[in-house]
Design a protein around this ligand. Structure first.
Ligand SMILES: NC(=O)c1ccc[n+]([C@@H]2O[C@H](COP(=O)([O-])OP(=O)(O)OC[C@H]3O[C@@H](n4cnc5c(N)ncnc54)[C@H](OP(=O)(O)O)[C@@H]3O)[C@@H](O)[C@H]2O)c1
Length: 255
């Protein structure tokens, strides 16, 4: 069945690939990001899918911008069936390179952005009494890895928030789903100088996400298998073992 989907963080990388697939499938899609209305890729898609695609700018760090975008997005196709939260920024920092602005941006976009959109969109979904929210977290939400805590801590907060909200939203008819996936080759990971196991293209990541969200509802979607199993195991192990293992991941210049 065709859906009305709003993706926040849908102008590049995985989000842009999701937009392409959803449009090809005949869905109505609203794609948002800070500068979405100037995105060459989205504007090119708009030429092809004039009626099916709406592009709306939003900066999730600003509540006023979020309020405006939620109103516009809900109106455009007379309701929304799926809200997909995909916005995030990423910085890897050793203690030597700590930058408070980066920490703040990651918290404001990767976590608080979802909270802002959620608080504005909830009344609409409550009134409708059904719908799905999908939040793109990360496998990094399972366990803090060296140098990555500024990014993974807000993602862990997002996962924890989702766990806490799921039962209450379920009673309201809203299905909340979390996507935890591994490394994808996008501008986000371009800055990584380390080897990224099981690195995927954004196309593959988007296809995987779409395949799984079409299946009967499950709270969490996670892939790829080896990396998610490794990180799940790390979470289950006693800290005296897991922290010895993560110490081995420190770059040579630090360890
Ligand atoms: N790449 C990976 O290896 C990986 C792994 C696990 C999870 N993820 C998650 O997958 C999602 C997509 O990441 P990606 O790799 O595809 O990165 P990306 O290409 O940088 O996409 C991030 C999206 O978020 C938007 N965005 C950033 N700041 C925003 C703000 N303040 N307000 C509104 N939108 C904002 C960006 O557009 P503008 O900058 O134009 O606003 C862009 O559309 C993220 O949630 C990321 O954490 C990625």
């Amino acid at each position: 069945m065709k859906k009305r989907i709003w993706i926040v963080g849908g102008s590049s990388g995985i989000g842009l690939e999701l937009v392409k697939i959803w449009l090809q499938e005949g869905n109505c899609v609203i794609s948002s990001a800070r500068n979405a209305t100037n995105s060459k890729e989205l504007l090119a898609l708009k030429q092809i899918y004039e009626e099916q695609l709406q592009i709306i700018d939003v900066d999730v760090t600003s509540i006023n911008s979020v309020k405006k975008a939620v109103t516009q997005a809900w109106k455009r196709f007379d309701g929304i069936d799926v809200w997909f939260y995909n916005a995030a920024v990423y910085e890897v920092m050793s203690t030597k390179e700590w930058n408070i602005e980066y920490f703040e941006a990651m918290m404001q976009i990767n976590y608080m952005g979802a909270v802002r959109v959620m608080s504005e969109i909830l009344p609409y979904f409550e009134k409708k009494g059904e719908g799905r929210w999908i939040w793109n977290a990360s496998l990094s939400s399972y366990f803090g890895l060296p140098l990555g805590g500024g990014y993974s801590a807000p993602k862990a907060a997002l996962l924890n928030l989702a766990e806490s909200l799921q039962p209450e939203l379920n009673v309201k008819g809203i299905e909340l789903q979390v996507v935890n996936h591994g490394f994808v080759k996008t501008r986000l990971t371009q800055k990584n100088s380390f080897d990224m196991p099981e690195l995927m293209t954004p196309e593959v990541a988007a296809q995987n996400i779409i395949k799984v969200i079409k299946k009967p509802y499950r709270f969490e979607i996670h892939f790829p298998f080896k990396l998610s199993t490794f990180l799940q195991t790390l979470r289950l192990l006693p800290y005296r073992i897991s922290l010895v293992l993560t110490k081995k991941m420190l770059p040579k210049e630090i360890s």
